[in-house]
Structure formats: C-alpha cells, structure tokens
Write a protein of this length. Sequence first.
Length: 169
Amino acid sequence: MAEIRIRDAAPEDVPAVLGMIRDLAAFEREPDAVVATEADLLRDGWGPHKRFGCLVAELDGSAAGFALWFYNYSTWEGRAGLYLEDLYVKPAARRHGLGARLVAELAALAVREGCRRFDLSALHWNPARAFYDRLGFEYRADWLSYRLSGAALAALAEEAGGGADRGSG
C-alpha cells in the first residue's frame, strides 16, 4: 500500500512545486503562461509579507501534488474565507486520494481559522469539476469571473496616478 503524507510546504519544496505549477499550466492549455520563479514563490510564501500557503502531498516519500491557497474576505459574513488557487496531482500519482486529502486538509484549516467558506474556480472543461461536486462544492452559475491584468491593469492604475499616493481624501 502506498504511503501518503500531507504537509505544509517548506522552502526546499519550491522547485518541485514550481515544476508542478508548470505541469498544471500545460494541462490547462497555457504551457507558456507561467512566469513565476522560485524567487517569487519563496518571497511570497515564506517572506516577511506571506501572501499564500501551500500544502504538499507526498506519495511514497516524493512530492506528488500540491494545493496553493490564500485567504479572501466576505464583507457580508464579516469573516475570512479560504480560496484554493491551484490543486494539482501528478498523473502517475492519481487514484490514490491525494487530491481529496489535500482539499480535506484545507477544509480543516478553514474551519480551525473560522473561515465561513471555501472557494475555488475551475475551467468549464476540466474533468476535476466532477471531483469537486463529489466533495460537496456548489457550482455557482450565477457568478461570473472577471479579471483585469497586463496593460489593462496598468492603464486603469494610471487613472489613479499609478496608485502610489492615495492621499487622505
């Protein structure tokens, strides 16, 4: 029987996690979209201004999956929520329950931290949607995802003077 271990990622896991991020991008049909570096992940996951948390799933002692998450906030609930940015299990390690174990660990973290919700997004064609349904996640067809990035983000920020000096109003 395979030995499974779910644990907090450590700085020494960054090369493996970044490799899996690249594998996930290829799966999501965006193989050249990853610009993140090991230095970026180290800065934002273990630096003075921590911006995300990460769990690693080991299968027989080797990193075989990860879940990268961060807190969001519900103004209606007046409480933090947990947002799962990426979940990935290497193809050779699938069917051992690693994905379900990673998500369950994050659910436990959310409950311990007083989060009232646990959110994620999935591409419409991703077969993992059935996995999320089985775990009890609710598909929210009434909400549409929007994103502002790149030149459009820079242009809008420029309207505010680049955001450097917001003043006191």
